[in-house]
Design a protein around this ligand. Sequence first.
Ligand code: FES
Length: 169
Amino acid sequence: MFKRRSFLTYFSIGWLTSCFPVILAAYDPRKSIAQTITNQDSAKPATTKTPGMFTLVGSVADLDKNGYLQTKEVAVLRDPANSQKVIAVNPKCTHQSCDVKWAAGEKRYECPCHGSNFGADGEVLNGPATKPLAVYSAKIVETQVLVEIVAKPPVDSRQKVIPFGRGHN
Ligand code: FES
């Protein structure tokens, strides 16, 4: 005769055994911090570029070693006013979309195409660009630099192409 207590014991063991693979599958210690940091309202992975999603740009060690991090989509510096924070900008020049580069000695982003310069915060220091670089939310989480890349910068299409060194004051 099958007793009620035995039935419950076997049922519990069977249930726990069937759940174990699901629990193991849900726990993946190889996931990076960037993959796990998502908007609380969304379950999409962090690599999708929607508001609230932070993308891993690089390590704090590389940021401090090189003085900046730069990819095709984003350039990151430590905030000159608060070294605990980082500032991220879109490196596409707002004049005609050339990639700006950080010039550490000058403490500014320089555009190689027509000579526009931008401050660490993306503000225009001198043209022909008239609009600042697009700024993204950025943060340091443990050893990683994360940036919320959400939009393309506006391009100032009203500007004409002027060879570098001519027509600038
Ligand atoms: Fe940068 Fe023209 S594209 S100054």
